[in-house]
Design a protein around this ligand. Structure first.
Ligand code: BES
Ligand code: MN
Ligand code: ZN
Length: 487
């Protein structure tokens, strides 16, 4: 989509030319200084009982008197928070989605000017989301909405912030879209090999260093745990490493690690059949770090970023790893695999050990790791773990700023009580209680050499039911986090 910022004062919205003028109204009365014609239409609609300033209310007026735009869309946010504004904008965009609107002008009225940059960012993300249609394996999907151009109207005093927010939002939106495209593709399309090709292509486009390793290379590295998960599948594994160098070599990089299980059957500890198709989304962590790489490569901040993806399938077969098998991880620690369905941690532990070689400033891994996290936090907030309070605060703040929130979970050593094995240094599961936390405690054993964060996105990476599909989360959180690490 084509995005632009145009200087237009709130008093002069009538002059804005577009197929639709979307006015997002914050607060419980019409904002002061609102264009007289817009205010007149809003008051009339309110008087008729067709519209109110309550959150969720939206209305379209065609050929509105006194306005240059062909349609006037009013969308109320009630509260004047960023989240309320985004929800109202989404309602406004939904009004024009299935209409003949190719060019929309958007303006926020009644919001604190301090929100300007974030509102611009969210506008691009929401608009990109509105027109997204998955069609890779469904060419018959309905045509994408006509909306192709969006002009954000900003007062002269707010144009600079609007431009900055728009640029950041466009990069994040492109990252989210890439993550969704990867994750929505079924497992017979989005294979480990395919993920490697996507990153290689990103590398070509943006001049990144990319290395895609096969089984032989992974064997050489001694990743016995990753190999154990991959051994039951005929689909070749990939270990993908990409670097964005925006700062001098002497600057320690941020490292992001993504779980790339392109399909999780559970292995010999086979999952039940119901909804097993959704396990094609089990590479959502990988998709999100790849999407973040794209966003960062477009924004070119002065930082160094390394993105690591461990990708394979988790399948049952005659070659598959069995409950009770003991493997030796790259770290040297032996692992008793008591449940082959706890495979995410088995591929991540070796990737976390591999990350040591970058002498990282911080490592954050991202994984659709546990059903327990879905039970704990649902689909609203990702589970967040951090080795120190400063990192936890940075991840939480990044999530809030991006409207891609997370919630800190505990890492008390007492939670590792159940991680004891008579046959190896550590088993890959503990009891049922606190399943997201015990998974994090397992990973922590392999992340002792650097500051470490972990995002359990099992509840947030995709939606089930009628709206089944990848969300692209947490690309927003991660991009904000990475940008925040440049200094
Ligand atoms: N990919 C799943 C986690 C998952 C399950 C994400 C449901 C989203 C929805 C992961 O590999 C897994 O199977 N975890 C097990 C761990 C258990 C065996 C300790 C789980 O959560 O049941
Ligand atoms: Mn599993
Ligand atoms: Zn899994």
């Amino acid at each position: 989509m084509d995005f632009k910022v145009q200087t237009t004062e709130l008093e002069a919205l009538a002059t804005a030319g577009a197929d639709a003028l979307i006015v997002v109204l914050g607060g419980d009365s019409l904002p002061e200084g609102l264009d007289a014609a817009v205010a007149k239409h809003a008051q009339a609609a309110i008087k008729l009982g067709d519209f109110s300033l309550k959150a969720g209310q939206a209305i379209t007026l065609t050929q509105p008197d006194g306005l240059k735009a062909s349609r006037l869309v009013l969308a109320a946010s009630g509260k004047t928070t960023l989240a309320a504004a985004r929800a109202a904008l989404a309602a406004g965009l939904a009004q024009v989605k299935s209409r003949g609107v190719a060019h929309a002008a958007v303006v926020f009225a009644g919001f604190d000017t301090a929100l300007g940059e974030a509102l611009a960012e969210q506008t691009t993300i929401a608009a990109t989301d509105t027109v997204y249609v998955y069609r890779h394996t469904k060419p018959s999907a309905p045509a994408a909405p006509k909306l192709a151009k969006l002009t954000l109207l900003a007062a002269k005093a707010a144009v600079k912030e609007a431009r900055a927010g728009l640029a950041r939002g466009q990069a994040i939106a492109a990252g989210i879209e890439l993550a969704r495209e990867c994750a929505n593709r079924p497992a017979n399309h989005a294979t480990p090999t395919y993920l490697g090709q996507v990153v290689q292509q990103l590398g070509k486009t943006h001049g990144l260093k990319v290395e895609v390793m096969d089984r032989k290379a992974v064997e050489k590295l001694g990743m016995g745990s990753f190999l154990a998960v991959a051994q039951g599948s005929d689909e070749p594994l990939r270990f993908i490493v990409a670097r964005y160098d925006g700062a001098p070599k002497s600057v320690a990089p941020v490292v992001l690690v993504g779980k790339g299980i392109t399909f999780d059957t559970g292995g010999i500890s086979l999952k039940p059949g119901a909804e097993m198709d959704e396990m094609k989304f089990d590479m959502g962590g990988a998709a999100s770090v790849i999407g973040t790489l794209r966003a960062v490569a477009e924004l070119k901040p002065k930082i160094n970023l390394v993105v690591i993806v461990a990708a394979c399938e988790n399948m049952p077969s005659g070659n598959a790893v069995k409950p009770g098998d003991v493997v030796t991880s790259m770290s040297g620690q032996t692992i008793e695999i008591l449940n082959t369905d706890a495979e995410g941690r088995l591929i991540l532990c070796d990737a976390l050990t591999y990350a040591e070689r970058f002498k990282p400033a911080v490592v954050v891994d991202v994984a659709t790791l546990t059903g327990a996290c879905v039970i704990a936090l649902g689909g609203v907030r990702s589970g967040m773990y951090a080795s120190d309070d400063e990192l936890a605060a940075a991840l939480a703040a990044a999530g809030d700023a991006a409207l891609d929130p997370c919630w800190r979970m505990p890492l008390d050593d007492d939670y590792a009580e159940g991680l004891k094995s008579n046959f190896a240094d550590v088993p890959n599961i503990a009891g049922r209680a606190g399943g997201s936390i015990t998974a994090a405690k397992f990973l922590q054993r392999f992340a002792s050499k650097y500051r470490w964060g972990h995002l359990d996105i099992a509840g947030t990476a995709w939606k089930g039911g009628a709206a089944k599909g990848a969300t692209g989360r947490p690309v927003g959180l991660l991009t904000h986090f990475v940008l925040g690490q440049s200094r």
